[in-house]
Write a protein that binds this ligand. Structure first.
Ligand SMILES: [Zn+2]
Length: 98
């Protein structure tokens, strides 16, 4: 369980963090822009950023739930596996000298 995350995992996490941060900053900076009406490019871009943040938030929640479920299942199964692994003749110190 002490496995270090590989380089690609770190890179993906960093890219996701940069995308989420830049989207949030763009929305905050352009919140009070001079809107030109229905065909406003800035409003369209803000909408895209909001959709991106929502979908990444949903994906993050799904990943967190999946990780929690996997961890719970491993914790439920692993004690049985550890018990089976320790029930050997050597571990129980059984001497077979007949
Ligand atoms: Zn606008």
């Amino acid at each position: 369980m002490t496995k270090k995350p590989c380089f690609m995992t770190r890179l993906l996490a960093a890219v996701l963090a940069v995308v989420m941060l830049s989207s949030a900053i763009y929305i905050a900076v352009e919140a009070n822009h001079d809107c030109s009406g229905d065909d406003c490019a800035i409003c369209r871009q803000i909408s895209i950023c909001e959709n991106l943040l929502k979908s990444l938030g949903l994906a993050g929640a799904a990943a967190a739930i999946t990780a929690a479920f996997t961890y719970t299942m491993c914790r439920a199964i692993l004690p049985c596996a550890e018990t089976i692994g320790t029930l050997t003749l050597v571990a129980l110190k059984v001497k077979l000298s007949n």
